[in-house]
Write a protein that binds this ligand. Structure first.
Ligand code: AMP
Ligand code: MG
Length: 332
C-alpha cells in the first residue's frame, strides 16, 4: 500500500472520508501530536488501530469529535464542572473522561465503562472531523512504545506501506499528548499531565486532583502503566545536581568508542559546550514542543542519550517531566 502525505485540501479531506467509511485508518495532525484515526462506531476499524500500533488490548483510545458534535450522544452524564471546563478549554489539548453511553465500539474503551473525549483545536483535525462527522477513535500515530510523532514524516517512518493517508498539518505546536482528566467523580482528577495544567483546571472547577493508582487496583488510565515514548538507543538519566556524574558517563561512552549525546535545557547546554548536546529550550512550552522531535533525532545518531533533568517542575513542566521519565524508564 502506498502511504500518501497530503495537506488539508478539499480533495484530500474527501479521500480521508472515503477511507474512514471503508474502515481504513487515517493519520491526522492535531495541536498535540499526530493521531491514528478510525471510525469509533466500527469494531473492525478500531481493532485495526490496535493491530497497526501493536498496542496492548487494555490501553483505551480517545474519541475525537469536531467542535459542534453533540457529545451527549456518547456519554451518560456530565457533572457541571465538566461543562464549565469544556467551555473554558475546548477545542484544545484536554481529554475528558466521562461515564460512557456505550454507543461507540466496545474496543475503543477496552471494556471500561468510561469514554475519553477530545475536541482538538488544530484546523486540520477540525476539517477532518467535520468532513466525516463521526467520532474518530485515535491514539498517537506511533508504534506502541516508540516516541510520539510530531511531524507527518515521523508518522511515515512508523507506518509507511501500512496506512493509506497522512493529513499533514506541519509540526505540532503543543508537542506532548493531551491532558487526560477523569470527569466521573465529584472533583476532576488528572490521569495524565499535559499542556492544560492542574492549576488551570482548578481555577475553573474549584479543585483538581491528581490520580495515583493504589496497589492492587486496576489503573483508571491503563496506558499510563506502560513504558512509553522511548528512543531506540541506550539512555541514562541524571538530576541537575549530578552533572559531574553525567559528564563521567559521557566520557566513558566516548572512551568505549560510542556516540553519546546530552539532552538538557538551554542553560545546562551552554555549560556543556565542548560536548554534543540537544537543546530542549528555555521555557516549559518550548521543551514540550521540542522533546519528541529531539528523541527521534537522537535515536538516529546516538549510541547513548544522556538526559539531565530540567530544574523547573510544576505547571506545564509536570507534563514534560512525565514524558521524559517514561522515555528514560525513570520510576517516579
Ligand atoms: P494516546 O492517545 O496514545 O496518548 O493514548 C490515549 C490515552 O488516553 C492513554 O493514556 C489511555 O490510557 C487514556 N484513556 C483513553 N480512554 C480512557 C478512559 N476511558 N479512561 C481513562 N483513560 C483513558
Ligand atoms: Mg500514545
Amino acid at each position: 500500500m502506498e502511504t500518501k502525505i497530503f495537506g488539508c485540501r478539499r480533495e484530500s479531506l474527501a479521500l480521508a472520508r472515503e477511507y474512514i467509511l471503508k474502515d481504513d485508518v487515517v493519520a491526522f495532525h492535531t495541536e498535540t501530536v499526530y493521531g491514528l484515526g478510525a471510525n469509533a462506531f466500527s469494531d473492525e476499524a478500531v481493532r485495526k488501530v490496535f493491530a497497526l500500533k501493536g498496542r496492548p488490548a487494555d490501553n483505551p483510545l480517545i474519541a475525537h469529535v469536531h467542535r459542534d458534535y453533540d457529545i451527549s450522544r456518547l456519554i451518560d452524564r456530565e457533572p457541571p464542572y465538566a461543562a464549565a471546563l469544556r467551555r473554558a478549554f475546548l477545542p484544545g489539548p484536554l481529554t475528558m473522561v466521562y461515564p460512557s453511553a456505550k454507543r461507540v465500539s466496545r474496543y475503543v474503551s477496552c471494556g471500561l465503562d468510561t469514554l475519553a473525549i477530545r475536541v482538538p483545536s488544530s484546523p486540520v483535525a477540525q476539517a477532518f472531523l467535520w468532513e466525516v462527522d463521526l467520532p474518530i477513535a485515535a491514539p498517537s500515530a506511533n508504534l506502541s512504545k516508540h516516541v510520539s510523532p510530531v511531524t507527518a514524516q515521523h508518522v511515515y517512518d512508523d507506518f509507511h506501506g501500512k496506512i493509506p493517508l497522512i493529513l499533514d498539518g506541519g509540526p505540532c505546536a503543543g508537542g506532548i499528548e493531551s491532558t487526560v482528566l477523569d470527569c466521573t467523580g465529584e472533583v476532576p482528577q488528572i490521569l495524565r499531565a499535559g499542556l492544560v495544567t492542574r492549576e488551570m483546571i482548578a481555577e475553573i472547577a474549584g479543585d483538581c486532583g491528581i490520580y495515583a493508582a493504589k496497589a492492587g487496583e486496576r489503573p483508571k488510565s491503563p496506558g499510563m502503566a506502560y513504558k512509553h515514548y522511548s528512543p531506540r538507543c541506550r539512555t541514562a538519566y541524571f538530576q541537575a545536581e549530578e552533572r559531574a556524574a553525567a559528564i563521567g558517563c559521557y566520557q566513558d561512552e566516548r572512551a568505549a568508542g560510542g556516540e553519546p549525546i546530552f539532552l538538557c535545557e538551554s542553560e545546562i547546554c551552554a555549560a556543556l559546550a565542548p560536548y554534543r548536546v540537544l537543546d530542549l529550550g528555555e521555557t516549559p512550552e518550548e521543551m514540550a514542543r521540542r522533546l519528541y522531535a529531539l528523541l527521534r533525532n537522537a535515536e538516529r545518531q546516538a549510541t547513548l542519550l544522556i538526559a539531565i533533568e530540567p530544574k523547573q517542575k510544576d505547571g506545564v513542566m509536570a507534563g514534560v517531566l512525565n514524558r521524559l521519565h517514561r522515555a528514560f524508564g525513570v520510576i517516579t
